[in-house]
Design a protein around this ligand. Structure first.
Ligand SMILES: *Cc1c(COP(=O)(O)O)cnc(C)c1O
Length: 397
């Protein structure tokens, strides 16, 4: 919805759509932002309307003016392939709801070996209990995924890049094979967001987001969004209805507020992230930086082809060092907080080890690995913080 009336819509760039979409000034009595609708009951004016479930809104779980504003904004950002957007209470709920929507007993699922670990837990736990078989594949498999397809393969789940190891799957090649075999492609697009990776345009059928991360952007909500094309949306809409998942109105409002500033925040995360990645690559303690926007990264060609920007999340491989030295570094850092999640305004660091859970590929980076989220602090301050950290690391080796 739009506040302009009668005029032909002028094509807009994504940054503009992020600011203007979902705004219904007239309904909001002139205010720019929609109110937060706390509502379950929707009253019907006549018995006839009630019998027919007639009305713009029918019941709180099925949507409010606040959820519609956010859905309209996400649809405008995703582009014309997007047929619908589901809003759910967490990023993981976006993954589980999507998989439940497209899979049934006896189906086979292909999952990229670099996906978010709780996505694997869902497949290995609940999906296997309900008779869905999962096969994990090498993130770099490309069109070679063909040989893993079975007659009952219904879907492929990818994450580009994986949010710890940053390998970059070739989603276009995977989607071509999947579609030839009648399977749907699901992309966990949390790292780049639809602003920097237009996955629905690139053969993905369902693109989901942990909106907890960059869409919320302030580390203060748990939220998930699911964008689907016309082929997949009916399945999703039905499953969301049957499961009864819906998101809390305050979180819906905060996600919409986050969308308004997504473009400026992400541009800064991109700039600062790359500057810190290059600075870290030049450090003698660092063996490798895993960041697909770096020219030297093995995933760079795919990133350049498919993405228009990078976020502030990447990893490094340290030269071999004892855990106690890495811990000394982590304990020295003041600006880099240690904590899970990312996508907020603050810088974060965590140690990680993909070898604990990978099954299709061997993860042996050759040294301790750290994942950084570069926040919106001044990069010189962040460098100074890491300088102190490296002094502590070297002193403890
Ligand atoms: C955080 C994250 C999720 C899950 O999001 P929650 O809101 O924490 O449930 C899913 N995928 C990726 C890539 C993530 O980083």
């Amino acid at each position: 919805m739009d506040s302009s009336h009668g005029a032909q819509p002028i094509p807009q760039h994504p940054e503009t759509r992020l600011v203007t979409s979902g705004r219904d000034t007239k309904a909001q009595k002139g205010f720019v932002n929609p109110p937060v609708f706390h509502g379950s009951t929707v009253l019907y004016p006549t018995a006839e309307d009630l019998h027919a479930h007639r009305g713009e809104f029918q019941y709180g779980r099925h949507g409010t003016p606040t959820t519609r504003a956010l859905q309209d904004t996400l649809m405008a950002l995703e582009g014309p392939q997007c047929a619908g957007v589901g809003l759910v209470p967490s990023g993981l709920a976006a993954i589980s709801t999507t998989l439940l929507a497209v899979l049934g007993a006896g189906d086979h699922l292909l999952v990229c070996d670099n996906v978010y670990r709780p996505s694997r837990n869902f497949c290995n736990g609940l999906l296997s209990r309900f008779g869905v078989e999962t096969t994990y594949f090498d993130p770099l498999i490309g069109a070679g995924i063909e040989k893993l397809f079975k007659p009952n393969t219904r879907a492929v789940l990818v994450e580009a890049p994986g949010s710890q190891s940053f390998e970059m799957p070739d989603i276009r090649a995977i989607a071509e094979v999947a579609h030839a075999r009648g399977a749907l492609v699901i992309d966990d697009n949390t790292w780049a967001t639809p602003l920097y990776h237009r996955s629905l345009e690139q053969g993905v059928d369902i693109s989901m987001q942990a909106a907890t991360k960059y869409i919320g952007g302030h580390s203060d909500i748990m939220f998930g969004t699911i964008s689907a094309n016309a082929k997949a949306w009916p399945l999703l809409a039905e499953t969301i209805r049957l499961l009864g998942v819906c998101a809390g109105p305050d979180d819906v409002f905060l996600a919409l507020r986050g969308m308004r500033t997504l473009a400026v925040r992400l541009a800064q995360h991109h700039r600062s992230g790359l500057e810190m990645a290059r600075w870290l690559a030049a450090r003698p303690e660092v063996a490798r930086v895993l960041h697909p926007a770096l020219e030297t990264d093995p995933g760079h060609a795919i990133w350049k082809r498919d993405f228009t920007g990078a976020s502030g999340l990447f990893s490094i491989v340290l030269k071999p060092a004892p855990q106690k030295a890495v811990d000394a570094m982590l304990d020295t850092l003041k600006l880099f907080g240690m904590g899970f999640s990312w996508g907020g305004f603050e810088s974060l660091v965590i140690p990680f080890d993909c070898d604990l859970y990978r099954t299709a590929t061997k993860w042996s980076p050759g040294g301790p690995t750290l994942r950084f989220h570069i926040g919106l602090e001044n990069v010189e301050d962040l460098k100074a913080d890491l300088d102190r950290g490296f002094v502590a690391l070297n002193a403890a080796i």
